[in-house]
Design a protein around this ligand. Sequence first.
Ligand SMILES: *Cc1c(COP(=O)(O)O)cnc(C)c1O
Length: 376
Amino acid sequence: MNKNINVNFVDLSRQRSRLDGAIEKAINTVLEHGKYIHGPEVSQFEEDVKDFCDVSNVVACANGTDALSLTLMANNIKQGDVVFVPSFTFTSTAEVVCLAGADPYFIDVTEDTYNIDVEDLIENIKEAERKGLNSKAVITVDLFGLPADYDRLESVCKEYGLLLIVDAAQSFGSVYKERKTGALGDITTTSFFPAKPLGCYGDGGAILTNDDVVADKLRSLRVHGKGTDKYDNIHIGMNSRLDTLQAAILIKKLKIYADEIISRNRIASTYSSALCDDVITPFVPEGLISVWAQYTIQLEEKQREIVISSLKEKGIPSAIYYPKPLHLQTAYQSFLSSVNGMDVSEKLSKKCLSLPMHPYLTGEEQEFVIESIKSA
Ligand SMILES: *Cc1c(COP(=O)(O)O)cnc(C)c1O
């Protein structure tokens, strides 16, 4: 039994059938009105996200990486500035700092949440002070969909006068003690890359903030820094718009997203109760709701190899996020990292394994994954 079950890591086709033609219809509407750049669906989607997250400004843009770049530009982060970032994350978080001409400073993460270690951050903020560095901001990442420790991060950033940027590319719709994405830190960025919890059919991103002045600047920056007169640009900006077609798709997907988050949480708790005696399962602190961009377990390095290959034999996909923390990657080796070392990030890169996770995973499929891990 269970021989021919085909489990997908992420399954967008089941979501599409659930939406029963709504996406095709929405695409057709765009084809008919033909407003491909900043058509009415873009502002509609921005409004919908405002309601969903309860935030006063949503600025859609081309992707999650640009969302971060635009945020740094809007806040005048420039050459000579230092921005603290976790090392255990996707490249974009640090890449954008370098593109702004500033220097990323890598901080370690905690072993149970995978998110930035606030103690380590504080010690390195002080170290940067001693070195006379120009510390400007912290970019936190809500890795795998789980919010970082914002009560403490907000008070640390306030104490040291640092801007708190939240990279919520993996955590759109998550909750931190009754506060949703967009209400944490100073400004939040997200991504609608297809495999993210809320994804479109191509690239997409957005910036969320309650600061109206910054939001206005962002609206200018995403269109080359335009002023009220299109040919008198007031900032050096970039071309980073969300396509009307992608906005049309996102409008439909956002309508079922709250329900999908519930399914993701149900699936995550099934995994956790079945696997908690065999492997290290994810920890969710009190009062937080993850959106489970990834369901990630920890295994000993040797065990991990065995599990990956035995899952592979059964046709079950799994993935390692991230096999190499940023501070060890070729492009980032010359930048500063924690004075305490980066032991946790390095250790996690050898132990983490992400399992199939999407809201349409059936009980039978999940059972197959669970049994396969247990027997390995
Ligand atoms: C995916 C991701 C991004 C980048 O998003 P894109 O839309 O692919 O540019 C940034 N940060 C993190 C943590 C991500 O996971």
